[in-house]
Design a protein around this ligand. Structure first.
Ligand code: 8OZ
Length: 367
C-alpha cells in the first residue's frame, strides 16, 4: 500500500477501531470555565474534528493539585464529567472515537492554581528552571515542590483510578496516560527530577514503578486494550532530562510490552517546543526509529508531521498512526483535506491558549 492508502486505511488500536490513521493530538487550549469544566464550545470544537481516526482529548487534570495552567479542564468532579459526556456524545454522533488524556503536571504548576493545597507535588523537591503561569495568567517563578510521601503516591494512584472511572462514565472510548513532556509521571521516570532513595527512585526499575501502578489502577476501570501511554524520550520541555534516555525508555518499552495496551504514543524530540514555538531541531534523535522496533504493540508518532512525512512514516512501518496537532487546530476537516490534497488553513498561535471561539471553533472547513 502507498503511504496515502495506508493513511486512509482502518486500524485497530487494541479495542479502539479507527476509520483512518490520522489522530488528533492532545491539545491544551486553556478555555475551561468556572470549576475547571470544559468550555461549552468544546462540544462543537471536538465534533468538528470527529473525522479523525481518533481524537485524544486535551490534557485533563485528575485532581486540582494536578493542574498546571489556568483554564485547563479537569475530570475529577461530577460537573466536569457531565461536560465531558456531552463532548463524547457529540463526537460519537459523528462516528468519531475519543479518549481522555489523564494528566498530572507535578512540579510544573503554581500554588495560585490550587491555593487550598499549597505548593505543587513532585517526586523530589527540585525547582524547575524558569517561570510559569499562575491563576492570574501572569508569569511567576516556579516554586520548590513538595517531595511526595508514600501516602501521597498511594493517594495519587487512587486519583488516577477515580479519573478513569469518570472517563468511563463520560463514555470515552479509552484513556491515554500522559507520561510525557516533563509532567508528573515523566518526572518520576527521569533522573533529573527523580532523586528519591525509596522504592520509587534510584534504579530504572524503581523509577518505572509509579507508571506501572497507574496503569494497573486504570486497568481496573478500562480493559488494558483501551489504554494508551504517551511518552517523550529525549524531550527537554519543562526542564526534564535523564542521564541515559536510551536505557530508560528501552526499559519503559519492555515494561509496556507486557501490558497489552491499546497503543503507545511518542512525541519526536525534534518537536519538543510544546507550547512555545514551531522550530524543528533536525539534529534530535528519531525516536520512532529507536523505539518502534522494541515495542510489540501499536505505535502512534507525533511531532511536526505534514501529509508527506506522515505518509512516509507509515510506509516505512515506523508507526501505525500519526498524530497531528497544529494542523488539526486550524483544519477541522484535516482528513478531507489530506484526501483531496487540498490547501490547509494556516494556524494562529496567538489564539492557541485561552480566549473564546476565535481560533477555536471558527476555522473554516472546505466548502
Ligand atoms: C502546551 C501548553 C501547555 C500544556 C503538553 C499538556 O505539552 C501540554 C501542554 C502543551 O503535554
Amino acid at each position: 500500500m502507498s503511504g496515502k492508502e495506508l493513511m486512509f486505511s482502518t486500524v485497530n488500536l487494541g479495542a479502539i477501531e479507527l476509520k483512518n490513521r490520522l489522530v488528533m493530538a492532545p491539545l491544551t487550549r486553556m478555555r475551561a470555565v468556572v470549576g475547571h469544566v470544559p468550555n461549552p464550545l468544546a462540544k462543537t470544537y471536538y465534533a468538528q474534528r470527529a473525522s479523525a481516526g481518533l481524537i485524544i482529548s486535551e490534557a485533563t487534570q485528575i485532581s486540582n493539585l494536578g493542574m498546571g495552567y489556568p483554564g485547563t479542564p479537569g475530570i475529577y468532579t461530577p460537573e466536569q464529567t457531565a461536560a465531558w459526556k456531552e463532548i463524547v456524545t457529540a463526537v460519537h454522533a459523528k462516528s468519531g472515537r475519543i479518549v481522555s488524556q489523564l494528566w498530572h503536571v507535578g512540579r510544573i504548576s503554581h500554588s495560585s492554581l490550587h491555593p487550598e493545597h499549597g505548593v505543587p507535588e513532585a517526586p523530589s523537591a527540585i525547582t524547575p528552571a524558569g517561570q510559569t503561569y499562575g491563576a492570574d495568567w501572569q508569569l511567576h517563578d516556579y516554586e520548590t515542590p513538595k517531595a511526595m510521601s508514600i501516602q501521597d503516591i498511594a493517594r495519587l494512584v487512587t486519583e488516577y483510578q477515580a479519573a478513569a472511572q469518570n472517563a468511563k462514565v463520560a463514555g470515552f472510548d479509552g484513556v491515554e496516560i500522559h507520561a510525557a513532556n516533563g509532567y508528573l509521571l515523566d518526572q518520576f521516570l527521569q533522573d533529573k527530577t527523580n532523586q528519591r532513595s525509596d522504592q520509587y527512585g534510584g534504579s530504572i526499575e524503581n523509577r518505572l514503578r509509579l507508571l506501572g501502578e497507574v496503569i494497573d489502577a486504570v486497568t481496573t476501570v478500562f480493559p488494558s486494550n483501551r489504554i494508551g501511554v504517551r511518552l517523550s524520550p529525549y524531550g527537554t520541555f519543562n526542564d526534564i532530562g535523564d542521564s541515559d534516555p536510551k536505557a530508560l525508555f528501552t526499559a519503559v518499552i519492555h515494561q509496556l510490552n507486557g501490558c497489552n495496551l491499546a497503543y503507545i504514543h511518542m512525541i519526536e524530540p525534534r518537536a519538543t517546543g510544546a507550547g512555545s514555538g514551531d522550530q524543528i531541531n533536525e539534529d534530535a534523535p528519531i525516536t520512532s526509529e529507536m523505539f518502534r522496533v522494541a515495542y510489540q504493540g501499536k505505535f502512534i508518532t507525533a511531532g511536526g508531521y505534514d501529509q508527506a512525512t506522515g505518509e512516509e512514516v507509515l510506509e516505512d512501518g515506523l508507526a501505525d498512526a500519526v498524530a497531528y496537532g497544529r494542523l488539526f487546530i486550524s483544519n477541522p476537516d484535516l482528513v478531507e483535506r489530506f484526501w483531496q490534497n487540498a490547501p490547509l488553513n494556516p494556524c494562529n498561535r496567538a489564539t492557541f491558549y485561552g480566549g473564546n471561539e476565535l481560533g477555536y471553533t471558527d476555522y473554516p472547513a472546505l466548502k
